[in-house]
Design a protein around this ligand. Sequence first.
Ligand SMILES: Cc1ncc(COP(=O)(O)O)c(C=O)c1O
Length: 275
Amino acid sequence: MHQIKAVFNGNFDYIENIKISPFSRAYTFSDSVYEVIPFHNKKSISYEKHIDRLQRSADALSISLDIKKVSDEINQLLSSLDFDNGYVYYQVTRGQDLIRSHMHSDQLETETFGYITQCSFETKKFNVMICEDTRWCRCDIKSTSLLANVMNMNNAKLQNCDEIIMHKQGTLTEGGASNLFFIKDKNVCTPALSNNILPGITRSILIDALQEKNIKVIEDNFNYLELKTATSAWLTSSTKGIAPIENIVNIDNSLSIDDPLFVSCKEIFESKFFS
Ligand SMILES: Cc1ncc(COP(=O)(O)O)c(C=O)c1O
C-alpha cells in the first residue's frame, strides 16, 4: 500500500502513525478550517492564494495560526514528493479541550494536520443533481463542517450523480465541492460571491484568465431554472480543474460539452492553471 506522508502538530510521519485525541475540537465540533493546495509537475498552483484563504478562514473563526510555520510544513511535504501531480490537504483545528464544551477554553493550542496525496487532474464529465442548499450562512469560510454537503452529495450518488448544484430559495450558489459556471445567451455566467459561496481559487484563476482574453464573466444572482436554457455548464475546483457537466438529472436541459465558448474557456484555463 502506498504510504501517505503527513504532519501532525509539527511532527512528520506516515499517516497510520498519527494519533489524534477524541477531545480534538475537529472531532467533537468540526471546529477547524482547511485548504487543498494542488501541485502539477511537482509545482504548486496558486500557493499564495491558498495560504491567504487559510489565514482568512482561521481569522473568521478566531483560531490563532502561525502561518509561517504552516507554510514551512506544507513546503516540506511538497519537497518530499515521489509523484508529480496531487495535492496537500492542510487542516487547522482550534485545539484539544479537556472537556467537551461548545464554549472553548481560552488556553487552547492550535492543532495542525497535513498530508500529501496523488491526484491525476484528468478531465471527467459530470452528471449532477440540483438540490436545495441546506448549509449554514458562512460558506465563504473553508471549514470542515461539511455535513449538508455530505448529505446532499450522497443523495445525488443514489441517482448516479458525481456532484450537486445547490440553490438557496431558487438562487444558485455552488457545487458540493466546486464552483459553478454556465453559458447563457453566449455569456459566461457564475454566481456572485457572497456568504453562501466559497471564493474558489480555481474560480478566480478562470475569471482572471478569461478577462485577460477579453471574455467577460457575468457574476450575478441567477435562478436555477436559468440552467434549463444554458448551452453549457461546468464546475471548477483545485482537484477537478474544469469539469464539464454532461447532464443535470432533475431538470430539462440541453447542455453540451462541445459548446465552442466552453471549449475556448477550457483551453484558456488550462494554459494558465498548468503553466
Ligand atoms: C464548497 C466548495 N466550493 C468551491 C470549491 C472550489 O474551491 P477551489 O477552487 O479553491 O478548490 C470547493 C473546493 O473544495 C468547495 O468545497
